[in-house]
Each structure stands twice: as C-alpha cells, then as structure tokens.
Write a protein that binds this ligand. Sequence first.
Ligand SMILES: [Zn+2]
Length: 345
Amino acid sequence: MSRSGAILCIIDGLTDESFRLEHYPHLAAMRLTGAWGEFETVPAGFSAESYPCIATLLGLPGPQLPRYARGYLEALGAGIDLACDDLVLRASWMLLDQEGRISGVASPPKPVPQFTDANYYHLGDYKALVVLRGAAGALKDITTYPPHAHAGRYLAEILPRGDKRLAGLVQQSRVKDRVLIPWGQSVPCSLPLFHPQAAAVGGALIVQGLCRAVGMELHTGARFTGDTDTDLPAKTGLALALSEKNRFVLLHINGADEAAHRLDPLEKTSFLRQVDQKVVAALQGAPGPVLVCADHGTSPATGKHLRDLQPFLLRGHNLEGNLGTMPGTAAKKLLLEGIRWPSRS
Ligand SMILES: [Zn+2]
C-alpha cells in the first residue's frame, strides 16, 4: 500500500451550461482510466457557496457547519484581528446599470468613501470585508442578499435588512455607477477539526480561512492569486511535494469561478484548459490517490453559482468506472481509503 498522501483538487465554479468533460483531454482521460461519478456538494439549508460546499467535500457534515461563518472565515484568511463580539460581513463592489440594476462586479471607487459605522478592509478587485465592532448581537436580525446571486435585480430589492447601519453603509458607498453591498454576515465561530494531518494550497481568502479554521497547514503566497493569473505549475508542484509528508493535501483552484463572476465565458474556458494541461496532467504523476472535483458550478452567462451535481474523477485504490452519485461528504473516505458510498463492508 502506498504511503504517499492523497490529493483533493477542487476546481472552484467548474461547471456551467456549456461545460463538457470531453473538452478537457486530461480530465476526460481520468474518466476513461479511473473511477468517476457525481457529488451532491450543497448541504441542506445552505446556498451554493464555496464555504459550505468545500467544507462538505472535506467531510464536514452540514449540521456541524456554523450557519453564519462566511465573513469571519475570510477575515481569518486575511489575518484581520477580530473580537468575539464583532460582526463581520463580506462585501462586494457591484456595477449598476442606468436603471439601478445589479449588472456585474466593479472595482472600488478611488478614494473609497468613509463609513461611519464600519471598518472597511479591501481584499482585492471587487472584494472587501466590513467589520461592525461590538455588533455581533445584531446577527440574528439581519438579512442580506449575496449580490452575485441576484444579478439583474434592482438595488432597492437587495438592500440589507434588519440593521440600519448596513443600509446606511450601502448609501454611503454609492459613487456614480457602483455600490458596495455587504452579505455573508457572520461572527467569530469554530469549526470541527479536520483529521488526519493535512496541508492545503490555495490563494482564495475563503479557502485560506476555512483551512485555518479546521486546523490544516496552509501554504499560500503572492504567486497564488486566487484568480486566473495564479501560478498553476507552482501550486501543483507544491501540492505534489506536500503529499510526500501529509496524509491529505487540498489543492484549491479558484480562477474559473472568478472569470464566471466577471461574465467572461472565454476567460473561463481558457483558464480551465490551462488547469487541465498544468494541473490535472501533472497530478497523474502523483504517487498517491488523486480526486479532482468541484465545489459548485458558476455560470459565466449570469455570474451566479449553480447547485447542480458536480462531477468527480478518482485515480487510485484500483477503482474504475461509474461510482454513481454520492453525498459530497463521502469524498474524503473515497479518496483516503477507496471506500465507496454506501460502504460495502
Ligand atoms: Zn463564486
């Protein structure tokens, strides 16, 4: 039996209306020569977002996932200090069309407006975090709307509700055709720890935060941008090296999701071709088992996440052929032990 660790490669936002495995020769070859199937990645009661879907693929059951963790996990990934009574939200700069409808992501205005009730942290591109100090008690009253899930809606329809400070923040942010929309409200929380010893390679802040929260050894760096300009060979080489000394390695690739949020189907498919050539091909040389899958789909036509079943491809454990549809929480045992779901033992 191989002593090398297993690699879980998650291609964020992989599928969409026109995705076909056959368009990507190395993914298609994995299907021909190994085992394949589909995962249900979205836990009950959650929307199709990276945090709950990746946590599911790491084997964490939905009922054990904190409901309100998104903003907190990104703050953890970004190294922002928080007190336990702080309220943290992700926030996205969005473009408005002439009618005031959400029409895509935007870069922040320069300078960024001042906010009276919140600390603002820019995370790059359209992404930001806002922290309302000492406001954790307001969490249960707040309703927000992830703007990427509500493209085409009027701003007035998706304003945060339940706390005047958030509605005020949106008003203060508005400059000409762009606006900052907070969502993913959260408070500091804890997640179940991941076993066995594991390492993670990724640049997206949500993944960095999630990996830290579950106790994985995180490997990141400036070359890992969490977008289509990331250094794919370096990430893959690092994941392969880490699999020599860890039982489990998570390799997260985020660019396809970002290109789809930018409503750019050509950028998305060209990035996926790079992933196929530089990541999936290189992973065929891994000494241990390899599982390639996705957390959710992301449509480059609408910019929205898709909660469809996600394909997986497994190389290892002498498994071949169609393993069918499984809950995403089965991914870890399938990869580490070759145990199908339901277990035959
Ligand atoms: Zn996304």
